[in-house]
Design a protein around this ligand. Structure first.
Ligand SMILES: [Cu+2]
Length: 484
């Protein structure tokens, strides 16, 4: 049985009170999602905690049809109001959920003052529907575009624009995608946690200018407030119950900040990653989550009391020493109950098994001084915003991609439309099992991945530090369709 979370009620009240004119389509949560009727399959989507779920307007059991409006919205943080952007007026946008195999139809209406697209981060779909502004004409203000694709793989994904993304994402255009597997065990609660940070000038109630500082140009835009599902992370305490076992779907939606997560007062194991459920869940004390990546955690509340999900971040102390500072990104009061049950995790077969690479290519990540713009360009194999594809592969090819970071700042490399595995070299940033679409390449280091190029098309390959992508660390790789 799924308990109706009080905390969710609180979130909804908060969200609704700030925007009484929110479209009715967003008013539902999974708790009030359509219950299966006689024509629907037996599989009922689990309730999701964290944000409202987009209401499916299509009666067909295997079609999810939703509407997203990108628009300006007012948003309040610590009593200060900011001009932000939201999908359906919300920051973050509502959760898009479906089950494996569903056809998803999203009608996007652009009510911004500038063009936009939506990228469905992690989903292996057609390149025509991927939000690549070089393929799809960006949706102009006042226009509507319908995205149509199939959810091939279970997992936790997210959506965001791919036009002027360092600004549009920072201002609030992002939301979670949850593709459910009918084979997954039922948990006492499924929480979606979109972890973010935002840079605010709270004295003036504005966001400081974009690319307006040397640190932002070098390291991307780091916020001065941490956000969980669009709220100041440490301000709210939610509730849970001893003995319960929950599934937490974590997405790092920040523009640049790598999160390092720990949990206090409970235990977790990693059950899923970018490419969906893991064959073999594993335990770890600290989880490194670069921007763009996702992790599914199974959290057991063994004792009553306070539980905190901590993001450890670096800071400089009074003696100019680098120190770690812990911030709570989720706080829970766990009420007394029973001993946790053991959840049996079924044997998931990954959508792509391990394969040997048949060739190796190299991508050099670097920066250079230029005489235009902000004075720095970020490059891939020496090119900023490369016009021609970096590589052309054949559909079905398995390629070892060597990512060589020649400069100091780190780069979370994201390849659209494909999955890969990270080759472990014993470092925490490569010891990340499972299928991935994003990998952290720390400064002055090399990371290797084995990419399974099974999805034909033109695919963006870029740094997910959005300031770096904006300043040139953006390219394409082509996967030629196999002759049939
Ligand atoms: Cu980068």
């Amino acid at each position: 049985m799924i308990l109706v979370p009080l905390a969710l009620t609180f979130l909804l009240v908060t969200a609704c009170s700030s925007d009484p004119a929110a479209p009715a389509a967003d008013a539902g949560t999974a708790d009030s999602a359509p219950s299966p009727d006689s024509s629907a399959p037996a599989f009922e989507l689990p309730a999701l905690w964290g944000a409202p779920v987009l209401a499916d307007s299509d009666d067909a059991p295997d079609v999810v049809s939703v509407k997203l409006v990108a628009e300006k919205t007012k948003w309040t943080l610590d009593g200060v109001e900011y001009d932000m952007l939201g999908y359906n007026g919300k920051l973050p946008g509502p959760i898009l959920q479906a089950k494996v195999g569903d056809e998803i139809v999203v009608e996007l209406t652009n009510k911004l003052d500038e063009p936009t697209t939506i990228h469905w981060h992690g989903l292996r779909i057609s390149d025509q529907m991927d939000g690549n502004p070089r393929i799809q004409n960006p949706v102009k203000p006042g226009e509507t575009f319908t995205y149509r694709f199939r959810a091939r793989e279970a997992g936790t994904y997210w959506y965001h624009p791919h036009v002027n993304s360092n600004q549009q994402v920072e201002r609030g255009l992002y939301g979670a995608i949850v593709i459910h597997s009918p084979d997954a065990p039922r948990y006492d609660r499924e929480r979606v946690l979109l972890l973010d940070d935002v840079l605010v000038d709270d004295k003036n109630g504005v966001l400081p200018p974009f690319l307006g500082s040397h640190p932002e140009i070098m390291h991307g835009r780091w916020g001065n407030r941490l956000l969980t599902n669009g709220q100041a992370s440490s301000r709210v305490t939610h509730t849970a119950k001893q003995g319960n076992v929950e599934r937490w779907r974590i997405v790092n939606t920040a523009n640049a900040r790598t999160m390092e997560l720990e949990i206090k007062g409970a235990t977790f194991r990693v059950i899923g990653t970018d490419g969906g459920p893991l064959e073999k869940p594993y335990t770890t004390t600290r989880l490194l989550v670069p921007v763009g990546q996702r992790y599914d955690l199974e959290v057991s509340f063994e004792q009553a009391g306070k539980v905190e999900l901590i993001s450890v971040t670096q800071s400089v102390d009074a003696n100019n020493q680098l120190v770690e500072v812990p911030y709570a990104v989720l706080s829970l009061d766990v009420a007394a109950g029973e001993a946790p049950r053991a959840v049996e995790w079924p044997a998931f077969t990954p959508p792509i098994g391990e394969r040997q690479a048949t060739r190796t290519v190299t991508v050099e990540l670097n920066g250079q001084q230029v005489s235009t713009g902000v004075g720095i360009a970020w490059t891939m194999n020496g090119q900023a915003n490369a016009k021609d594809p970096l590589f052309t592969f054949d559909e079905g090819e398995t390629v070892r991609i060597k990512l060589i970071n020649k400069a100091g700042p780190e780069h979370p490399f994201h390849l659209h439309g494909q999955f890969f595995r990270i080759v472990s070299d014993g470092n925490p940033w490569t010891d990340q099992p499972g299928l991935k679409d994003t990998v952290l390449v720390p400064g002055l280091s090399t990371v290797e991945i084995i990419a399974y190029l099974d999805n034909p098309g033109r695919w963006m390959a870029h740094c997910h530090i959005l300031a770096h992508a904006e300043l040139g660390m953006m390219s394409e790789m082509v996967v030629k369709p196999a002759q049939k």
